[in-house]
Ligand binder design. Structure first.
Ligand code: SAM
Length: 162
């Protein structure tokens, strides 16, 4: 099962990556790398940068790396194997321009907390299936949270770091 983001969400990721001039992107939940390909394509077209992907299942890590290589985008992608709560607790970029949350839905708020100190002002966070993450939505919608957040379509939440 690929469980990839929709075609529309994939296009949104590429658009945001380009419009932000992103150089530094973090992805929670890589699976086979469909979203990663769109994020890495934006970095390539921006002139450089790195997507840090995260994936729990070793077989998916292997397939994602193969898919990224087949797309000629390996230079723009680092996939960290294992639990993202561990792999994103170290060696983060100085600043982060764009985040995709698409792993275990119960962990969105905790992953955001790990990344928050590195988010630049204006950074965007795309949360897929956010309708399944009430704790996350409550966090980014809270008054004085430091974020602006709106739902997009049925299942995506789009958030900006103020
Ligand atoms: C919906 S899929 C991701 C799809 C991918 N973003 C795409 O569009 O191609 C979610 C993935 O997150 C992974 N995942 C779930 N919890 C995780 C965790 N704590 N750390 C790392 N990966 C995790 C799962 O193994 C699964 O492959």
């Amino acid at each position: 099962m690929y469980l990839a983001v929709s075609r529309e969400t994939a296009t949104l990721l590429y658009m945001l990556g380009r419009s932000l001039g992103a150089r530094s992107i973090v992805e929670f939940g890589t699976s086979f790398g469909i979203s990663t390909l769109h994020l890495a394509a934006a970095l390539k077209d921006n002139g450089g940068g790195r997507v840090i992907g995260t994936e729990f299942e070793p077989s998916k890590v292997t397939r994602a790396r193969e898919n990224v290589a087949a797309g000629g985008l390996s230079d723009f992608v680092e996939i960290r194997a294992g639990d993202a709560l561990e792999s994103l607790s170290r060696d983060l970029p100085e600043t982060i321009d764009l985040v995709l949350l698409d792993g275990a839905k119960t962990l969105y708020a905790r992953v955001l907390a790990l990344l928050a100190p590195r988010l630049r002002s204006g950074a965007m966070i795309v949360a897929d299936n956010a309708n399944m993450c009430p704790e996350y939505v409550a966090t980014v919608r809270a008054p004085n949270s430091g974020y602006l957040s709106v739902p997009i379509g049925d299942d995506v939440d789009l958030t900006m770091k103020i």
